[in-house]
Design a protein around this ligand. Structure first.
Ligand SMILES: Cc1cc2nc3c(=O)[nH]c(=O)nc-3n(C[C@H](O)[C@H](O)[C@H](O)COP(=O)(O)OP(=O)(O)OC[C@H]3O[C@@H](n4cnc5c(N)ncnc54)[C@H](O)[C@@H]3O)c2cc1C
Length: 390
């Protein structure tokens, strides 16, 4: 009875607005997700480990270095980047996070702010998946307010001494290089710190019930001496940081949409098949009401992310639009996942249907890359002209 309906997932014909190249790239990632990722992801979530064997496959698909020209990378449009996030998010947010952090929060700052030597050292290895990166900004006491960070980088001749702690760092324990933001005497600067550098330790944050496939870490710097040439020459202050976060937030908005689409499809299929009181539950008005609400929000999320991708491609997107997409898509994805879980009845809590996993992951997503409150304040400030941050 149930068709695998692309129309029911694409009411405003976004498909027809994508170029052939965009569709082909998206479809290659979709196939990879369906064949290699979905069958194994619940086990990895259960064990709380990232499926590292997928990294070379992601590299082979050309998923690393989408914002970079040259250095062994094949740059793609922001629209394509968003579509990849959507497809990976359809499977697992930890998978999407590895992709986003590698592209937007490590390769992009090295490409945008790094010296020629730094680009040559890292980018092609990262494109091949031989090197994984992480982005150390948040600290135990400074998440929403990174400007208050305590981590310091003090110049000592031809070196810098790093001291401080970064917290909640995605990929920290599997990363070979960390982009670390620290205060010098003058301003916040970005530094490249290689794993294994004396005085630097990455520790996994355990006992998480969300984002379980993603290694979330503490980075501890204790008189960690790094060569002065490891500073990112063009990475200065919060402006540089925010330019990378904008790209990552776009990815989160698209990834959350993917998770929502997965939950919706599962709920729709289930509702058409599951019979209660001798009829499919999809025939009951209350269930239809939920499916309609889910479908409308997915259509709105698709329009938002599609249009945002195009604005980014034309270099016309503002950080306000990105915040709006992140806030809306994550908030609505949480509601959709919740409704899907309910439609599945008791089965909604089983790993096999994936919905409960998405629901748990979306809890972390509402916090990372700027919490729901912070995105709201960004928009509130833009609308009223008044900052309500303090
Ligand atoms: C799974 C995961 C992965 C992450 N990955 C990374 C990473 O790779 N790199 C990195 O640097 N960081 C990462 N983070 C950190 C993330 O960016 C921070 O958690 C986030 O910015 C919020 O900071 P916080 O947790 O310290 O919360 P807090 O800033 O302490 O906020 C606590 C609560 O107070 C609210 N609040 C704060 N200020 C205000 C205000 N002015 N008005 C109203 N409400 C306010 C917040 O909205 C929130 O509800 C990750 C976090 C998670 C959960």
């Amino acid at each position: 009875m149930v068709m695998e309906s692309t129309e029911r997932m694409d009411y405003y014909q976004i498909e027809s607005m994508l170029t052939k190249e965009e569709r082909l790239f998206r479809d290659r990632v979709r196939k990879f997700v369906d064949r290699d990722c979905l069958p194994i992801i619940s086990d990895h979530f259960d064990k709380g480990v990232f499926p590292m064997h997928l990294v070379p496959k992601m590299a082979k698909l050309g998923l690393f270095g989408l914002h970079v020209d040259g250095y062994g990378c094949r740059r793609k449009s922001h629209t394509v980047y968003g579509l990849v996030c959507q497809e990976l998010g359809r499977c697992d947010s930890g998978l999407r996070a590895l992709f986003s952090v590698q592209n937007s929060l490590t390769m992009l700052p090295i490409y945008r702010f790094g010296s020629e030597k730094q680009r040559k050292t890292w980018l092609s290895k990262m494109a091949r998946g031989k090197v994984i990166g992480c982005f150390g900004l948040s600290e135990p006491d400074f998440g929403s307010n990174p400007a208050g960070m305590k981590t310091r980088a003090d110049r000592r001749g031809n070196s810098y001494l790093l001291n401080g702690t970064k917290m909640w760092i995605t990929n920290g324990t599997i990363a070979d290089v960390a982009v670390v933001w620290a205060k010098t005497d003058h301003e916040i600067r970005g530094f490249l710190v290689e794993s294994g550098t004396p005085g630097f330790e990455a520790k996994e944050i355990r006992r998480k019930f969300s984002y379980r496939t993603s290694p979330t870490s503490l980075l501890v710097f204790n008189d960690c001496e790094i060569p002065a040439e490891n500073i990112l020459p063009k990475g200065r202050g919060l402006k540089s940081i925010l330019s990378c976060l904008n790209s990552a937030r776009h990815g989160v908005a698209c990834g959350a949409l993917g998770s929502a689409m997965a939950c919706y499809q599962t709920a729709l299929n289930f509702a058409c098949e599951r019979e209660v009181f001798e009829k499919p539950i999809a025939s009951y008005q209350l269930v239809q009401d939920r499916l309609v609400r889910m479908g409308i929000e997915i259509a709105k999320g698709q329009l938002l992310t599609y249009h945002l991708g195009r604005l980014l491609d034309q270099d016309r997107a503002t950080h306000i639009q990105i915040s709006m997409a992140k806030l809306n898509n994550v908030r609505e994805a949480m509601k959709i996942a919740r409704m899907a879980r309910d439609i599945l009845g008791a089965r909604g809590i089983l790993a096999d249907h994936h919905v409960i996993r998405h629901l748990c992951d979306l809890e972390a997503i509402s916090t990372l890359e700027g919490t729901e409150n912070i995105q709201t304040l960004i928009l509130g400030q833009d609308i009223t002209g008044i900052s309500a941050f303090r």
